[in-house]
Design a protein around this ligand. Structure first.
Ligand SMILES: [Zn+2]
Length: 310
């Protein structure tokens, strides 16, 4: 569906701020948790720089998000193998956006169970194949998705699930409120004092909000804040803390208010983007992401929440 394609496009240009662009690496966060950072995008100048990660238990490895293609996932899996030879038994999709799920097929072929929210599963089933048919729509080379298949979560949940990796328990939580997408979830590892937020948190990078439910998103940020976790691995950006959650919570209503004010007087998206960037906090990815947010959420006929279909 076009909506999903446009939504996914919005993550195309995001500056790499957690790792070096083009130098993917597993960064040790705690004894059992690593963040995978620095994965480059396949087009010149465009970087998803999506964070992924792993949790290692006594019996198994759990992967959090699988990047944008099976080729990227192959590099990820090879790097995992340098750290652990335990079976990769579980993959979690924090949400359905293409830069988080199109490595699923590699891990499924390795025997992993793919787990996500029911809304994430529905979106991937309905739209995944259509996206893979048209890499040019994302500025990607024709062979970018060679070997990549659509694989949706085979295990889906509404509110929560607990996964025991042996000595380490992982909690997958949906707060009951939509946020960055309707099926965006939190991955909490209590014993490690670590949380993967998926794209509920963007740190140092302008968030993609056109697909979001802003009031619900703020509730999700409050929920994470109240968990008081020391180390938060965001969907995009560096290792974060509650301070970054507070910044994100301030950003969303500020963006919404300013965008509504400006769009009431001006329709030229280039001028609007420049005006927004003057008042928004300094973050990466602005020209592209802010433009996309304005176009899809505030200038389109489908504006203001109509994109919350997933
Ligand atoms: Zn996303």
């Amino acid at each position: 569906m076009t909506v999903l394609i446009i939504n996914a496009l919005a993550v195309l240009i995001v500056q790499s701020v957690m790792g070096q662009p083009g130098k993917p690496e597993l960064k040790k966060i705690t004894e059992s948790v690593y963040a995978y950072t620095g994965v480059p995008m396949g087009t010149p100048g465009n970087i998803f720089s999506t964070n992924a990660g792993i949790v290692i238990g006594n019996d198994a490895v759990l992967v959090v998000d699988t990047l944008t293609s099976v080729k990227e996932a192959e590099g990820f899996a090879a790097d995992i193998r340098k750290i652990s030879d335990k079976p990769i038994r579980y993959v979690v999709n924090t949400h359905y956006h293409l830069d988080h799920v199109f490595g699923n097929s590699l891990f499924a072929d390795m025997g992993a169970r793919i787990i996500g929210h029911v809304k994430c599963r529905e979106a991937i089933i309905s739209d995944g194949d259509k996206i893979l048919e048209n890499p040019a729509a994302f500025g990607l080379p024709a062979d970018f998705w060679e070997g990549t298949r659509t694989v949706a979560p085979d295990t889906a949940f509404e509110r929560g699930i607990i996964i025991d990796l042996g000595g380490i328990t992982v909690k997958l939580i949906h707060t009951g409120f939509a946020s960055h997408s309707a099926g965006s979830i939190i991955v909490h590892i209590p014993s490690q004092d670590v949380l993967f937020s998926g794209d509920i948190l963007f740190t140092d990078v302008h968030p993609y909000i056109a697909d979001g439910d802003l009031p619900g998103w703020e509730k999700n940020l409050d929920f994470i804040h109240a968990m008081n976790v020391s180390r938060i691995i965001p969907g995009h950006g560096p290792l974060s803390s509650n301070k970054d959650i507070e910044d994100m919570k301030a950003y969303l209503p500020f963006f919404d208010k300013k965008a509504k004010e400006l769009c009431a007087k001006e329709k030229d998206v280039g001028k609007l983007t420049a005006a927004m960037l003057e008042v928004l906090p300094q973050r990466g990815g602005g020209d592209f992401i802010v433009t996309m947010n304005l176009q899809l959420r505030y200038l389109s006929e489908n504006r203001d929440g109509q994109y919350r279909k997933q």
